[in-house]
Design a protein. Sequence first.
Length: 298
Amino acid sequence: MGKTKLAAFIALYELMQADRIIWCVAPTYGLAEKVFKEVLEWRNKYLSEILKVSVHTQEIRNVIANSILKMKSTDVPVSLKGEGLDLIIGDEVGDWKKETWDRYLEPNLIQTRKHGKTGRAFLIGNANYFGSEWHKLCETKGFDRFTYRLPTAYEDVNGKIRSNNPTIVSDEILQKLHEEKDVKVWRQEYLADFVASQGVVFDNIIECASGRFEEPKDDRFYYIGVDLGRVQDFSVITVIDSKTFNIVYWEKFKDIDYVFQKKRILAVIRRFGSDHTKTILDQTGLGQPILDDLQREG
């Protein structure tokens, strides 16, 4: 729909200002080149005397204004730390590695730059699944940010599929795709809609999970689910009332030795336990020895 060309124009406009550092960031260098090549095309036509290109370092430098545009990849997020930036052009943000924006890129924008303002970002990408980091970023509101969604297609009053940009994608092709594609894929890829279950295993989790924390009741028994993690993943304990199916207790923790994890798991089981309570524990990986220890504890 032309968002890459718009991103390139914004990058070029910033490059023509004085003392600017601009990054073009994408999941791979190949994807970052999409914006970069658009800037190069304009540079080659009109600005070759001002903008100098380094293929080796993958950058364009404005030799008069002392500004620079660099290509960056999110393959190794830690490599993105530590440089104050005036502008980040982010492409295919939905495919960035987890925490790339929060931990590594956004901190580069917070310091006041030579022109007296903090850095800015222009982020583009296709919608992915509801609840993803990209979705949360798009939903965050504030006086200094906005989100604009541009669907490829829409449905007219007669129920026909129409293109928002027929010069690029025709109505006929979109109508055919609408008939062929899974409804979730269609909504995500062509309607710019974050789909609740695209990319996840279970549907409608948020809608189904209900209830509030409650004290154990003598006339109830509970299902207790335990999923074990330690370094990369959280350990999670979930307690569900067998009568209402509400979640009445839930906690997660990580970076805790298994000796202490077992104590916390046992405390929850004993708190909600009865003759009919059922505890289900993930036995994969290190789960089996933890299960054996808990069974020995009764």
